[in-house]
Design a protein around this ligand. Sequence first.
Ligand code: HEC
Length: 457
Amino acid sequence: MRYKIIGVLLLMIAIACNDQASKTDSGAVTFNEHIAPIIYTNCTPCHRPGESGPFSLTSYAEVKRKAKTIRRVTQSGFMPPWPADPAYRHFVDEKYLSEEEKNLIAEWVEQGTPEGNSANKTELPTFTKGTALGEPDLVVAMKEEYLIKGNNLDNFLWIKLPFEIEQDTFIRAIEFVPGNRKLVHHMNGHLISYKEPEKKKIVSEGKHWVNSEFVSSQEKLFEEMKIPNDDGSYPTLTPLVSSYLPGMLPTVYPEGIGGYKIYQKGAFLLRDMHYGPTPVDATDLSYFNIYYDKGPPKRPTLELQMGTLGISDVVPPLVIPPDTVMTFHSTAVIKHDISLLTLNPHMHLLGKKFLAYAVTSSNDTIPLIKIDEWDFRWQYNYTFEKMLRIPAGSSIRVEGTFDNTVSNPNNPHNPPQEVKERDGSMRTTDEMFQFIFTFLEYKPGDEQIALKAKSIK
Ligand code: HEC
C-alpha cells in the first residue's frame, strides 16, 4: 500500500518536472527569469516607496518575503487591481495577469521561491519617486501643509495652487500627486489663466483653502480666495484639466493630441478636494507635476459627461431604497462622428456593476467597458488602445447596478438606508452614476492611431 502511494507520488513529480522542463532549460521557475518581469511590470509601479501599495516589491528579498500572500491575491484576482473585463475591451497599460502568469507565480511559491541564475536577472525598471511619468518640468505645490483633524469626519475643501513662470507655455501632461495617499480620496482640478497685465499678485493674495461647507456662493468663494483679476473681472477658467481618484494615473496621449496652454501667471483650483476621515491628526501637501510641450495641441480634446450632473439623465432617478439591488441607465445620442480616447466610469460605495456600449444607427453594438465587480477603490481613466470611432447618430448607453443590501461589504449604512444623488454631492455616502468620456472630432484614419504615448518628452 505504502509503495503504491510513493509510486503515485513519484509519478506525479515526474509529470511535474516534465511539465517544467518544457518551460526552461534548467527546469525550474525562478525569480530572475520568470517572476521578476511579471512583478516589475504589474506590481512595482504601485508597490514602491512613496506609492499607494502598502509595501515595496522591488527586489528578490521583498517579493520572497510576501510570496504566499502574492500567490493568494493573484489567484483571487484582487491584485493587480483591474476592474474592467479584458475579454470585453482592452485598454492601454491594462494591469491583469494571464492564467499562465498566475500559474507561474503559484509554481514558483510551491518550489520554494528559488532566485535562479544571476545571468538571467531582470533589472528593475527605472522609477522616479513621486511620479509615474518621470522628471517634471515644473512642480506646483500647495502653499503649505493642510492639517486634517483627527475627528473621523470627511473634509471637503476648495484649494488654490498659484504659480508664476517665465513665459506662456504649452503643456502636454498634468499629473496630480496626492501628498497623503491614504486620505486624499478625490479632487477635480481646474486651470485659471491670468493674461498680462490683468493681475499683479497671485501668490500672496487671498485664502489658499476654504472649507466647502462654508461656501454660500461661488462669487463669495472667489472673492475670499482673490480669484478675480485686479479690475474685478473673471479670469479664464479651463475646467477639469486634471482629476484624481484612487488608483488613477495621468493620461498622456501621443504627440499633438490634447494638451493646454498655460500663461505666465495662473493657478490650479481644486474643487472638493476630499480627505477621508481619520481618527488621528494628519497632514497633506499635494502637488502637480507639469510636463511642457513643444507647441500648441494640434487636436484639442473634448469631454462629455453622462448621468449625474451630465448631458443625459439617470433613469429612473438615482434613488436606491434600502435592501434592494437596482439597475439604472442613461442614454445619449452622438450627433457627429467622434473618435473616443478615454473613458471614466464613476459610482460610489453601492456600485456593483458598470456597463457601457454604443449602438449605431444600423444597430451594430460597439462594446466600450464592462465592470462586473465594481470596486470604489480602483477608478481609472481607461484609454483605448486605438482611437475608437463612434459614427454620428449612435447612442451611447450606460447601465449601472447598485447594491444597497447588507451583503454589500462596502455599504456605508448598517442597517441599509435610502441612498440617492444629492445636488451632485460627492460625499461617499451619497451616490453618483457618471460616465465621462474624452474624444476628438473624427478624422479619416483615426482608427489606426495607437494611443499609447511612447514617452512623455
Ligand atoms: C494600482 C496600484 C497597485 C497595483 C498595480 C498593485 N497593487 Fe497591490 N496593493 C495596492 C494597494 C493600494 C494595496 C492596499 C489595498 C487595501 O488595503 O485595500 C495593495 C495591497 C496588496 C497586497 C496586500 C493584500 C492583503 O490582503 O493584505 C498584496 C499582497 C499585493 N497588493 C500584491 C500585489 C501584486 C502581487 C501586484 C501585481 C501582480 C500588485 N499588488 C499590484 C496597490 C497596487
